[in-house]
Design a protein around this ligand. Structure first.
Ligand SMILES: Cc1cc2nc3c(=O)[nH]c(=O)nc-3n(C[C@H](O)[C@H](O)[C@H](O)COP(=O)(O)OP(=O)(O)OC[C@H]3O[C@@H](n4cnc5c(N)ncnc54)[C@H](O)[C@@H]3O)c2cc1C
Length: 232
């Protein structure tokens, strides 16, 4: 089967590539990158590259990131110190990871979590962001006036462009812009917005093969606390 050129990949294809742990368009968007890549060992499963071809930590899970740093460490230990120094200043994924491994200062472990004061991976970034987004819905006015709706509309538009995991951002934007208009933010009231945010989150849950959340409970989860009193 012919390969789909990166520039022709739609967001579904990219999402699948991401889910099935293939390299994403940023991995090899130029001939030069492809030539260079063909000489390197394949990147570990799950590593997502940025649009500039460098590993994107905020798009990659801790486990895959650690596999990458481990691979880079073993690559660099088989070369001389001087080549390690020069590779650390180049922009190749392996050298980038080598620099990251060096920055850890220890042998990378295979743990699936990092100390709390390390940069976030795609999952930690996601959890923190959902906390912010659902909390914004939870504190949204019960009835929003035109200006409040405009402000939130503007926030969501910018958020969906600037979210630091680019594959996530692209798909979120595409979901919001569904041609039918069915996924446009619903901003008339807290109830509407909270439900919309829950739908948005469920879209990502589905994409990742996770269980969907029952949106009837969004407010207990994010605003009032559960009725059994465990959050009081
Ligand atoms: C806009 C956006 C797009 C993302 N896209 C991707 C992506 O393309 N690929 C990727 O790997 N990761 C993506 N993520 C991250 C992903 O959604 C998760 O945050 C991450 O996988 C960690 O998941 P988790 O199971 O810890 O819980 P999370 O999904 O982060 O959920 C946190 C908590 O929210 C509650 N919750 C779950 N679902 C809902 C819901 N529908 N409504 C209300 N509350 C809910 C649950 O209590 C859960 O424990 C994205 C995150 C965001 C914010």
């Amino acid at each position: 089967m012919a390969e789909i050129p990166p520039e022709q990949m739609d967001s579904q294809t990219r999402a699948q590539a991401h889910l099935f742990n293939q390299q994403t368009p940023g991995a090899s968007s130029s001939k030069a990158a492809q030539d260079t890549d063909s000489k390197k060992p394949p990147l570990p499963k799950g590593v997502v590259l940025d649009k500039d071809g460098k590993p994107c930590r905020t798009c990659t899970s801790v486990a895959s990131w650690r596999a990458l740093t481990k691979q880079a460490k073993s690559d660099s230990s088989s070369t001389s110190t001087s080549s390690t120094t020069s590779s650390a200043t180049s922009s190749s994924p392996a050298s980038f990871a080598a620099a990251a491994a060096a920055a850890y200062g220890t042998t990378p472990s295979t743990s699936t979590s990092t100390p709390a004061d390390c940069p976030p991976d795609v999952e930690e970034l996601g959890r923190s962001t959902w906390t912010l987004l659902h909390s914004m819905a939870a504190t949204y006015p019960e009835k929003a006036d035109t200006q409040q709706q405009r402000d939130m509309q503007g926030f969501l538009k910018l958020f969906s462009r600037l979210y630091p995991c680019w594959v996530c951002a692209d798909d979120f934007q595409a979901w919001m812009a569904h041609p039918s208009g069915r996924n446009e933010p619903r901003l008339g009231s807290r109830a509407e917005f909270g439900w919309w945010m829950c739908d948005a989150h469920n879209e990502v849950n589905r994409k990742l093969g996770k269980k969907e959340f029952d949106c009837r409970f969004w407010e207990e989860r994010w605003r009032t606390g559960w009725k059994d009193g465990r959050c009081d």
